[in-house]
Ligand binder design. Sequence first.
Ligand code: ADP
Length: 446
Amino acid sequence: MLDRSRNLLAVLAPALLRLAGLAVFATVVGLASNLQAGLWVAVLGLAILLLIHLRSAIVLAAWLEQPRLEDVPDGWGVWADVFARLYRTHRATAQNEHRLLENEERFRRTISALPEGIVLIDATLQIDWCNPVAEQHLGVSLRADQGLRITNLVRDPEFVGYITSAHFDSPLIFQPIARPGLALEVRVVEFEAARSILITRDITQRERVDAVRRDFIANVSHELRTPLTVVNGFLETLIDAQSENGTTRQHHLQLMHEQAQRMHRLVEDLLTLSRLESRETPVADEVVDVRQLVREVADEARALSLGRHQIDVDLTPGFVRGSREELRSAFGNIVSNAVRYTPDGGIISLAWREDASGGRFEVSDTGLGVAPDHIPRLTERFYRVDKSRSRETGGTGLGLAIVKHVLLRHGGHLDVQSEIGRGSTFSAVLPVERLLASNDVAVATA
Ligand code: ADP
C-alpha cells in the first residue's frame, strides 16, 4: 500500500511540479505586467499541457487497437512513464506466452517420442490431438481428422464397443481391419471429467509368440497321444486276456516298446531343441575333426539302412571350431533323413567340401525329393511333407529344427537343393571363420 502510494507520487510529482511552475510563471507575469497577461499565460500553458495529454491519449488508444511490443509509443512527462510500464507488462506477458508455448511443444515432442500411440479425446470422443505412432496404429491423421469422432474413423465393432462402453478396467486387444497383420492393445485413461487419453500398443510380436507357443503345445500333445494310446490299449489287453499266448504277448510287448522308444526320441529331441534355443549356453569352442564325424554318421547311416542303400563317403580331411556334440547331432539328423526318405536301392553320398566361402557337409540322395514350396518350411518344428512316412520311419518332426539351430549357433545355415522324384542335397554350411587349417589344429590342440 505504502509502495503504491510512493509509486503514484513518483509518477505524479513531475506533473504537479510542471503545474506549479506554470502557476508561478503566470503569477510572475501577472505581477510584472498585469493580471490579464498572467491569466493568458496560465490559460495558454494549460491548453498546451492539455493538448500534449490529448495527443498521448490518442496515441495510446491507437496502439491498444493492435498492441505489439515493438510498437509501444514514446511519450512525454507522465505518459513516458505510462508507456514504459505498458512496455514492461507487455514484454512479460509475451515472455510468459513464449515459455508456455515452448513447454507445450516440449510436452508434445516427448509424447511423440513414446513407442505407444497416444490420442487425446474429449467427452464426445472427438480427437483433440494424437502422436504419430497413434496415427500409424489407428490409420488416422492429426491434420485431417482433428475434431472428428474417433469412432467415425476407426469403425471396427470391438473398438467402437469398447470405447463407448466406458468400462476400461482391462485393455482391449484387437486387430484393426485397416491394418492387416497388426495386433493392438488399447487402454483408455480418464484424466479429466470431459477428457481421456487413449493409449495404443503394438503387440503383434507378443501375439505371434503366443500363437507359436500354443501351436507347439498342441503339437507335442498330439505327438505323445498316439503312442500313449497304443501302449495303454495293449496294456489293457494284456491285463484282460489271461489266455493270451506267449507269441501274441511278445508281439504286443514289442509294439509297446517301439511306441515307448518313439516317445523317448521325441522327449530327447525336445530337450536338445530347448537346450539349443536357450541363449545362456554359448557354443563350445572345440577343435572338431570333421572326417572323424563323417565316418561316425556314415556308420550310423549304414546301421539304419541295413544294406537297403548304397552309401558313398568322401573322407576329405577337415577341422572346424565348434561344439562336437551339436555338429554330430546336426550331421546325424541330415544323414538319417537321407536314409529314411530314400527308397530301397537308392544312393546316398556324404562329403565335406571347403572353399574360400567356408565349409559344407553335403548329403545327396536319390530319394523322394521335396517340392519348392515346402523347402522354406522344413526347419519349422513338426513340419512334415510326408507325415506317414516320417512317423513310420521313426521321425519326430524336430530333426531339421535341431539342424537349423545348431548351424545358426555356429554362424552357418542349412542349404537345401531338391527335385521332386529325383532326390535332394542337404548341406550344413559353416562360415570360413570356423575352419581350421591343419597346422592351426596342432596349435589349437596343444
Ligand atoms: P522328420 O522327423 O519328420 O524327418 P525333420 O525335421 O527331420 O523331421 O524333417 C522335416 C521334413 O522334411 C520331413 O518330414 C520330410 O518330409 C522332409 N525331408 C527331410 N529330409 C528329407 C530328404 N532327404 N528327402 C526328402 N524329404 C526330406
